[in-house]
Design a protein around this ligand. Structure first.
Ligand SMILES: NC(=O)c1ccc[n+]([C@@H]2O[C@H](COP(=O)([O-])OP(=O)(O)OC[C@H]3O[C@@H](n4cnc5c(N)ncnc54)[C@H](OP(=O)(O)O)[C@@H]3O)[C@@H](O)[C@H]2O)c1
Length: 231
């Protein structure tokens, strides 16, 4: 059993990550800017920190065995720095405190060769218009995060999901090096893949793609939940 720091612990993926880690018997240090959003649970410690503040991050992760990042920001507005600034703060704090294992979520879009098989609408319309244009500042900063993480000598894994959706249970998800061949990833599966990788160490110092194939999201519901309701 490990003591795990989770960044973005009150976010949609971070909640699954925290819940699954506690259920597996790990201790979790949930790092958040909004401690009131996380109810007390056995095994859970809440640490208050902005992930881009190196001193606050250091104090939060001290004494943990591994750091998992489910941090993110919404597209929109101008330049995005959340990913790169948090990567700099987290990796420098890990080096200072002698913590070696890092798993950080970016996206399948960070793999320039990712073109899911048979997904014509996605590859020819959605991906160029949404991912590569509207959400470009987000993906540019994710690439800076990836470069910052790769530049360390930590035992890192970049975790690349495809389009995220909510599904109540963990399915028989797939992982692959660099990126996985699919358009969607359930957040439960993303969380489960990270906890499994923590134990198995199959993708140390490389990127792990993760996709869900057993169930498909309802695309209208997904656009409503992810694009409209959460704005
Ligand atoms: N949506 C997709 O289809 C998709 C596809 C591929 C990859 N991804 C990536 O997958 C990851 C998880 O996505 P998600 O939708 O589950 O979560 P999300 O909504 O992108 O993540 C938000 C979380 O990050 C925290 N956060 C942001 N900036 C912070 C800061 N400076 N300090 C501390 N906490 C901060 C938020 O905390 P607060 O409550 O304090 O703001 C919240 O807990 C993200 O990196 C996302 O970009 C998403």
């Amino acid at each position: 059993m490990m003591r795990i720091a989770v960044f973005g612990a009150n976010g949609p993926t971070g909640r699954h990550l925290t819940g699954q880690a506690l259920a597996a018997g790990h201790e979790v240090v949930a790092v958040t800017r909004r401690p009131g959003s996380l109810p007390a649970r056995p095994g859970l410690t809440v640490a208050v920190a902005d992930a881009t503040n190196p001193a606050a991050v250091g104090a939060a992760i001290e004494g943990t065995d591994a750091v998992l990042s489910a941090l993110g920001t919404r597209p929109g507005g101008g330049t995005v720095t959340t990913y790169s600034a948090s990567a700099a703060a987290i990796t420098s704090a890990m080096a200072r405190h002698g913590i070696r294992r890092l798993l950080a979520i970016t996206s399948s879009v960070a793999d320039p060769d990712w073109r899911p098989t048979g997904a014509h609408f996605f590859n020819h319309v959605f991906d160029p218009l949404v991912n590569r244009r509207l959400a470009r500042p987000v993906h540019e900063d994710m690439r800076r995060m990836e470069a910052a993480v790769r530049g360390t000598d930590l035992d890192w894994t970049l975790v690349r999901p495809s389009g995220l959706f909510e599904h109540p249970v963990v399915t028989d998800y797939r992982t692959a090096e660099h990126s996985a061949d699919g358009v969607f990833t359930a957040r439960t599966d993303l969380a489960a893949s990270m906890l499994r990788e923590l134990g198995e160490r199959r993708y140390v110092r490389t990127a792990m793609g993760v996709i869900t194939t057993a169930v498909k999201p309802n695309v209208a519901k997904l656009v409503w939940n992810e694009g409209v309701k959460r704005k």
